[in-house]
Design a binder for this molecule. Structure first.
Ligand SMILES: Cc1cc2nc3c(=O)[nH]c(=O)nc-3n(C[C@H](O)[C@H](O)[C@H](O)COP(=O)(O)O)c2cc1C
Length: 320
């Protein structure tokens, strides 16, 4: 597991109804996490830069956890960024100390979803409003991960929301955040291995809807099969329709070998798959029971949420 550092930027967690719940959930769910509560460490705003930089250097994933204040981070967290992301640490000639680390914003927002858009009171989307933080990550050569945030988190007794509703939303937020952290901190190899098993479990069932597959295919996927080459999601769907007309659901894809290596643009997986399937009388296989061995080569990228995206998928039969 990689090391996770959570910086809590709430100015007073004793008065928090939601950030405090999220931090408690993180603390009990994650084994290798350091949570730094800036309000307890620096009530006077005097940040210990050396201590904060040392914590950052050890981390693989940095999570900023905060309540959304005036369309941005609270002052205490801004002070932390100003002091800690210093010249020759986060940027500048020798400023490569954060390079390659994942950077994830996790925040609670008082206002509702519909207020954040061109027709809403707040005019801009949340993604637009957090762009200065996104660019901060880029300047520090960090990987900016899609943020996790939740609306309607303000609680003012008798005025806005019910306590149990905002705390319920805080728990849901924590669940999403924990799953994102787990996804990011599992090594790419482990994630690809898990993905391969899920992929073939679905293929064994041949569901009517193909979203599970297309969600993990690049828009311009090259899908190269013994029966021909197909391109993009449309190409995949037409191949998949043919496959569903040939194979009966409940086939068995056995992963006999799987080798994963890093490439310039992501990863390559080399697979040896044994397929046992029953076929329809009306298909080209004329009801024959199949037992085939194929080699597959997948070119894999990871999107900004850490999800797997297949760019190129080739299947070549092996002589039995
Ligand atoms: C000083 C201040 C500024 C705030 N600014 C915003 C804002 O710009 N947009 C918004 O939707 N909510 C805003 N809120 C509401 C907070 O985002 C909300 O109360 C907070 O996320 C709840 O977290 P907590 O329960 O952990 O304190 C603001 C609240 C305070 C106190």
């Amino acid at each position: 597991m990689s090391k996770v550092l959570v910086i809590s930027g709430h100015p007073d967690l004793q008065k928090s109804f939601t950030n405090t719940v999220i931090l408690e959930e993180l603390n009990s769910a994650l084994s290798d996490v350091e949570i730094r509560r800036l309000d307890a460490l620096y009530p006077d705003f005097k940040i210990d830069v050396a201590a904060e930089q040392a914590a950052l250097v050890k981390a693989d994933l940095v999570v900023l956890q905060f309540p959304f204040y005036w369309y941005s981070v609270p002052g205490l967290l801004k002070q932390w960024i100003d002091d800690v992301f210093s010249y020759n640490f986060a940027y500048g000639a020798e400023g490569d100390k954060l390079k390659g680390k994942d950077f994830l914003l996790s925040f609670t927002i008082g206002g509702p979803e519909e207020a954040y858009g061109p027709l809403g009171n707040n005019h801009f989307s949340i993604e637009e409003l957090v762009k200065p933080l996104q660019q901060t990550a880029y300047l520090a050569a960090m990987n900016y991960i899609k943020p996790v945030y939740t609306h309607r988190m303000v609680y003012i007794p008798g005025v806005y929301n019910e306590l149990e509703d905002v705390q319920g939303r805080a728990k849901e937020h924590a669940t999403r955040l924990i799953s994102q952290i787990e996804k990011l901190t599992n090594s790419a190899e482990v994630r690809i291995q898990k993905f391969v098993s899920e992929w073939f479990e679905q293929f064994d069932q041949l569901p009517q809807e193909s979203e599970f597959f297309t969600n993990s295919l690049a828009e311009d996927i090259n899908w190269v099969m013994p029966e021909g080459a197909f391109s993009g999601h449309e190409g995949f769907r037409s191949w998949y329709a043919q496959a569903r007309e040939s194979f009966k659901p409940g086939c068995d894809h056995d992963v006999e070998q799987l080798e994963i290596k890093a490439t310039e643009n992501g990863f390559q997986a080399d697979l040896r798959i044994r397929l046992r399937a029953e076929t329809y009388e009306t298909s080209v296989f004329k009801g024959e029971s199949l037992n085939l061995l194929v080699n597959e080569v997948w070119q894999i990228g990871l999107n900004d949420s850490g999800d797997i995206l297949l760019n190129d998928y080739r299947v070549v039969p092996v002589a039995n």
